[in-house]
Every structure is written in C-alpha cells, then in structure tokens.
Ligand binder design. Structure first.
Ligand code: GTP
Ligand code: ZN
Length: 307
C-alpha cells in the first residue's frame, strides 16, 4: 500500500473482502489502523471488466480513477476510430478522459494531427507529447495534481511505458527496448501504482491496458453524442440509418456534417455492445435453465415420491 510515509505492507482486515466478494482493486483508498487495513472507502469510479467464463461476474480492474489518459501515437494512421473506442470505455467508467498523443518528435505536422483528433473527440483535451525530448509533458503533469489518480489505456506500442517513465522521472515500467545483453524486453514491474513527483498517482496495470469493450452503451452515447443527436432527428424512431426515408444521419453524411468513418465507428461499437449484452443474457438464461434442471432432478429423486 502507498501511504503518506511511502510504500508499506499491511494486513487485510476481514471487512476488505466482505462486501461483494471482489476485494480491493488497484486505486482503492483504504483506511488503516496500525498495520491493519480496516475498510475500503467508497469508490468514486470503477473500471469494470466482465470476466470471460461461465458466470458474467464483473471484475473491478481499477478504482477511483479521476483521469484516463487515452494514449495513442502521432505516428501511424487510423487513430481516430481507436481513440473513439477508448473514449467510450473511459466515459463509461465515470472518469474524465484526456487524449495524449505520443511521439511528437517523429511527426512532421503535429498541429494537423492534433487538430483532427480534437475535432473528433468532442470537447476532450488533446495533448501532444514526446517522451524522448520531454516536449508537452508539463501539460500532462499539470493534470496530475496531488491525490489525483490517472490511468493509461491505449494499444500496444504507442508509448505508454515510456510516458509512465517520463512522468515518474524514473523507470517504473518496462519499455520495448532490447537490452544490451539481448535478452529482450524488460519484465513489467510488479508495482501497479506509481507516486509521481508532483503528488499525483498513476495506475499502470495489464488489466487497464487490455481493457476492451463491455456493455457500455452509456459510454458510447457520450462519446458519440453528435451521432445520437442526429439519429434522434430521423423520421422513424427505429431508423436503421441505411437508406430509410427521412434519415437525418444519412442527410448529415451527405452534406458533410458527419464524417462517414465516424458513423461507421459508432455503428461498430453499437453492434459490439449489443452482441455483448446478448451474450451475457444468453449466459444468464443458460444458468437459469441449469438451475431448474437440477431442481427438477432433485425432486424426481426424492425417495418419498418413488412409486
Ligand atoms: N521517438 C519516440 N519514440 C517513442 C516515444 N514514446 C515511445 N517511443 C518508443 O516507442 C516504442 C514503444 O514504446 P512503449 O513505451 O514500450 O509502448 P507501450 O505503449 O508501453 O507498449 P506496450 O508495453 O506493448 O503496451 C519504444 O521503442 C519507445 O522507445 C516518443 O515520444 N518518441
Ligand atoms: Zn436514420
């Protein structure tokens, strides 16, 4: 545990696991009495992942994240749809997202790319940085005030580890660099919560990094508020936006108010969220059937009912 006096080992009290059986997550604030962790304080936000498997239990990946750094690189293409996707996930957690675009030193026209992302990300702050030259890092540090907790999401290779190290001012995460002895990349450090020089906290866990999509219709609605607003203007309430008369979405695409790629991104996320919901429901239905089967079998096997 991180305390005002530094990292400490503590003994988890019974109450830590009592509530819903999930126990503490990285980012939780915990009340200490001496060496004993007595209570998890109420969470202000939570990143939840539906655990793959037979049950549809949700797992808290990280708690109390104030700020989500949606990390992507200024190099390479096709970043808008990816960023939209991560923004949707971030919004649904209850945290505030900020887009951090890395590798500014490798990009010839930073302003153009930042402008395109800004236009797409609807009111979300977009900050270009270079972890190599240090350019732009001050703006990110400013957001990480004392006691505030940030977490990073984003695809592999965009520079999350490098950013974590640059913000921390020391090596806290293994990057992809091949080591001098040729033994490949550094092992990811076991620490998942880093105290930054400015007093902010940075969560960096594999679970956060791999965060995919779950049933987060709400997050999608926030990230794509413009599309939702357009869709509300369609003539038919259940418009599929695929050639129906009076479709406001199609009209907006036609006269250039809506980027068709953005529409496609929205559609894909919507379909995915719907599939996920169905999958979870189907699982719940299957469980219910199994439960009833067991019940019936038990009843049949009751000795007093045998003839
Ligand atoms: N030139 C330049 N290279 C960078 C920058 N940030 C990261 N890199 C390089 O990009 C590569 C990937 O960076 P990482 O920090 O390991 O990326 P990551 O997002 O942590 O990747 P995963 O660990 O796979 O999730 C490394 O070779 C870094 O040195 C930057 O700002 N400028
Ligand atoms: Zn429509």
């Amino acid at each position: 545990m991180l305390t005002a006096q530094g990292a400490r080992r503590v003994v988890p009290g019974a109450a830590l696991h009592a509530a819903d059986g999930t126990g503490p997550a990285v980012g939780d604030w915990v009340a200490l009495r001496g060496e004993l962790a007595v209570e998890i304080l109420p969470r202000t936000s939570a990143f939840v992942r539906t655990v793959a498997g037979r049950t549809s239990a949700a797992q808290v990946v990280a708690a109390n994240i104030d700020l989500v750094l949606v990390v992507d690189a200024l190099t390479g293409g096709a970043r808008l749809r990816r960023i939209e996707r991560y923004l949707a996930v971030a919004w649904s957690s209850g945290a505030t997202p900020v887009v951090v675009l890395t590798k500014a030193d490798l990009c010839a026209d930073v302003a153009a790319v930042v402008g395109a992302v800004r236009e797409d990300a609807l009111g979300v702050e977009v900050l270009p940085v270079s972890s190599v030259t240090g350019d732009g890092l001050a703006a990110v540090r400013d957001l990480l005030r004392p006691g505030r907790t940030a977490a990073m999401v984003g695809p592999s290779g965009v520079g999350k580890s490098s950013l974590a190290n640059a913000l921390a001012g020391r090596t806290v995460a293994g990057t992809r660099e091949i080591r001098g002895d040729g033994r490949g990349r550094h092992a990811t450090t076991a620490r998942e919560l880093h105290l930054l020089p400015g007093g902010g906290l940075l969560v960096d866990t594999p679970g956060m990094r791999e965060l995919g999509l779950r049933d987060d219709a709400e997050g999608i609605a926030t990230a794509y508020a413009d599309v939702g607003e357009l869709a509300a203007g369609c003539r038919f309430r259940d418009c599929g936006h695929s050639g129906e008369p009076g479709c406001a979405v199609a009209a907006a695409i036609d006269d250039g108010r809506l980027d068709p790629a953005r529409f496609t991104g929205w559609r894909k996320l919507e379909a995915e969220a719907r599939r996920q919901r169905l999958r979870v429901d189907a699982r719940a239905r299957a469980e219910e059937r199994a439960r009833l089967r067991t019940l019936h079998r038990a009843r049949r096997e009751q000795p007093n009912r045998s003839r």
